[in-house]
Design a protein around this ligand. Structure first.
Ligand code: TRP
Ligand code: SF4
Length: 405
């Protein structure tokens, strides 16, 4: 059920600061964020508490990585003029919401999240049988819900976390979305729609609730989202009333799966720090050249005169990312007939990566040399994020009967 009508233009995503960003982050995540900035109100943040869940034993890299990561975001084209960029730990309201949500989250929901067991198995060298690690996805839910984000761009491994977030939001709304005078307030809000729309709304509500007509529900959402004259609170009340529930306080987010394919690493596996097959965004041109030149190729192509098969070569996978159709055809021809050598084939990739990274590295250097600009971007972002988070917390506290004064 779509219960995110009123806030669905807001996008939120986060990244854990655990080291320098590489081309996998750029192609897999950042390019998508940069694209989204044009059509959505975007919130991007450094998930430093999330990094602590797995790096609590040596947290020293987290602070430096946080700044490095923000510099890399900015250098890649995340635009502080159109996106809110901030640091999780500087918006402590996330922790308050996390605590309150923990009261209503069944333990089994967290134990069943696939990444819980997977990561414990994978990161055997660390003791991840902590409360913080179990709570990881719920902290993520708080990150998302506190901004009432409609869309959460994530990779496949994070979809289960967004799904948990939806369940927690649903449970929250079910438990606390009913105001004592909900019915009365809903009736007042209906009047504000005007005579004609009020009648349409009531008919749609009847059709959905009495005849189970799902189409009526979608028409109802559209009707409500087009209303200019009613407040957000009333809109949410009327969505809840239409669905037969209470008021929606925390809208359910959708995950926005990143369409872009997995960036191949230097060895043909997915590019990832744990495979040691990355090219960092800050890598020097000499280092990049060296890394590509020593990439493995089709193992059957031992001598320059042996024909090769691109399908068996990691360099070919990089051509899929970087080369146009003409060049790709020329590579297939040249490789399979031994007309070109691997050195030449790789040179195209080196050139393409250097061209791509040149402006990014230039901007990264500018930001590194000007820390005060980065700091003021973060200060402004944290303030803006906090304003939204504070508003949500006020509603949440009120709904749960916890008023601080
Ligand atoms: N868990 C995410 C990751 O590892 C990072 C993250 C934390 C996040 N909070 C979030 C992503 C909220 C999206 C929304 O990639
Ligand atoms: Fe790989 Fe290119 Fe060499 Fe063919 S020519 S084996 S595609 S590096």
């Amino acid at each position: 059920m779509n219960t995110s009508v009123s806030h669905n233009q807001r996008v939120l995503s986060g990244m854990r600061p655990t080291g320098l960003l590489h081309l996998g982050h750029y192609h897999g995540v950042l390019k998508n964020w940069i694209e989204l900035q044009h059509s959505y109100e975007c919130f991007f943040f450094v998930a430093d508490w999330h990094a602590l869940t797995t790096h609590y034993e040596n947290p020293s890299i987290i602070a430096q990585s946080s700044i490095d990561m923000v510099v890399d975001w900015l250098a890649a084209g995340v635009n502080p003029g159109s996106s809110t960029i901030f640091i999780q730990s500087r918006v402590p309201e996330h922790a308050e919401l996390y605590t309150l949500l923990s009261m209503i989250t069944p333990l089994g929901w967290l134990e069943r999240v696939p990444s819980y067991k997977d990561q414990q198995d994978k990161l055997k060298d660390r003791d991840l049988s902590t409360f913080g690690f179990l709570g990881y996805p719920l902290l993520q839910s708080a990150d998302i819900l506190i901004y009432k984000a409609g869309h959460v761009p994530v990779g496949e491994d994070q979809v289960a976390h967004v799904e948990l977030t939806r369940e927690v939001a649903r449970r929250f709304n079910h438990l606390y979305g009913k105001e004592i005078d909900f019915e009365d307030k809903a009736q007042v809000a209906i009047k504000k729609l005007g005579k004609k729309n009020a009648k349409i709304y009531n008919d749609l509500k009847k059709r959905y609730q009495e005849q189970g007509d799902g189409g009526a529900l979608s028409v109802g959402y559209a009707l409500l989202s087009s209303q200019q004259n009613i407040s957000l609170g009333d809109k949410e009340r009327l969505i809840g009333y239409l669905e037969g529930g209470g008021r929606i306080i925390l809208p359910e987010p959708q995950s926005l799966l990143t369409a872009s394919s997995k960036m191949p690493g230097l060895d043909g596996q997915k590019m990832s720090k744990s495979y040691n097959n990355t090219i960092a965004l800050r890598e020097s041109p000499i280092q990049i050249e060296k890394k590509v030149k020593t990439m493995p190729t089709d193992p059957a192509r031992i001598r320059r005169t042996d024909a090769g098969n691109p399908q068996k070569c990691p360099v070919w996978q990089l051509h899929q990312v970087y080369s146009g159709e003409d060049l790709k055809n020329a590579i297939i021809d040249g490789c399979t007939t031994a007309a070109i050598g691997c050195v030449d084939c790789k040179q195209h990739i080196i050139d393409a990566i250097l061209t791509e990274l040149k402006p990014i590295q230039r901007r990264a250097k500018d930001y590194q040399d000007d820390r005060s600009t980065v700091e003021s971007i973060l200060n402004a972002g944290c303030e803006a994020a906090r304003d939204v988070a504070r508003d949500t917390m006020e509603e949440v506290r009120k709904a749960m009967g916890i008023t601080l004064r």
